[in-house]
Design a protein around this ligand. Sequence first.
Ligand code: SIN
Length: 521
Amino acid sequence: MIRSDYLIIGSGIAGLSLALKASKNGSVSLVTKKKLFDSATGKAQGGIACVTDESDSFEAHIRDTIISGAGLCNEKMVEKMVVEGPERIKELIALGVKFTKKKDSDSEFELALEGGHGKRRILHAGDITGNEIERVLIRNIEKHKNITVYEHYTAIDLILDKDRICRGVYVFDNENNNTEIFEAKITILTCGGAGKTYLYTSNPDVATGDAVAMAYRAGADIANMEFVQFHPTCLYSSDAKSFLISEAVRGEGAVLKLKDGGSFIEKYSPQKELAPRDIVARAIDNELKSRGEKFVYLDITVRSKDFLMKRFPNIYAKCLEYGIDISKDMIPVVPAAHFFCGGVVIDENGRTSIKNLYAAGETACSGVHGANRLASNSLLEGVVYADRVYKDSLQFLGKEYSEANVKPIDNIKFSVNESAVFAQKKEEEVRRLTWDYLGISRSNEKLLKAQEEADILKVEIEQYFKEVPFTADGIELRNMMFITEMIVRSAVQRKESRGLHFNTDYPFLLPDAKDTLINIR
Ligand code: SIN
């Protein structure tokens, strides 16, 4: 049994920034299923949207966020994110994060533009912003005695007592094949999203929706799981696994083109390449399907090699590895699953519907993204709502810890031959199902098929999970299956097309915008 004041699951911007603050007041166990660095934050390219320029305003950032959210943003939560953003950015800078400054300036940031933003307001560190933030947070974490890091530990399920208060988490030690009990006064879920549930994704392999699945199984309220954001421009290549071509490239003038060189985006939005992401991704999807083609092109050859190497060093180098010189060649791109706007419902302090359980970042549904997240708002949401969790958590610290009498779980089960092969096969089936039936464009028939296949998979995977000793892959497979079930349940509830959810049988907006709420209580 491992006990601490705070138990934080996940090591992206929300988990790490919270751990640093929490460690000032209590002991922190920080659990992550691979290395600390393995998170979606570490891969974020574009940046972090925040009002820092005098010509910008909170009102404008709030307005852009709400327009992008297609009528479903929680305006109070958006306002908190936007208004508290600058303070959180100052904290990151004080910890050592270096955002790119304007040429010849020590103080002024070079601000990027991305889809849906009315002006340049995105702080970035070249095109490896998440990497820079993650690197600095980890360096600071390593200095803290009050934080114990558990790498290669995979959370299995939440532990709730008879009063339905969260007492911690059952965790699998990947390297020693043991299960452990982690108890804590408060548990915080910051495990990111579930892009890996889809066959094609910009996300790292760790994005298997573990926290949302655990919270769902424990009976927490979950909302808006149908709003899966597809990033319009991932590199199309059989070798370049999930490599993103940042929206900031379009912000610097890149245009979308068909194979024959013709343009198409103006048919879909007057904002063209810088329309909100749902519109651009759907436009590309539509062109690909109607033409029977596999990719479109992104063309940034209007910019010089010098500019591109300086502004997008990572993208430039990565594309070159695949034989594409982006200063001369067009980049083949396709949409891929990128971000979940839904998740575990939280209030303004990050509390979930289960006592002593908090969530922040992509795992949570705070309502700031509504039906379609505005580009580069996710790192901002993570750092702002992690801070709100921290402030709210202070009330627990004076309290005595009471024994929960948690029973260990049995990991010694009879082994089924070829279980690893089964897990791999079922994972492919889950990811193919989501891609085929729960993708950019849905229909009632597709949703029905998804439901039928998901029901069969659920029985098979739950049986497997009961019979076979835990493995990290088995735990992830089960979580991806639950995420699929949640997407289907939410998508079936929504009888309209809004933001990221497009159903050809209901191609209209209903007058009343409502969240889709699900739970299994
Ligand atoms: C990108 O760089 O295009 C991704 C930014 C985001 O998802 O907000």
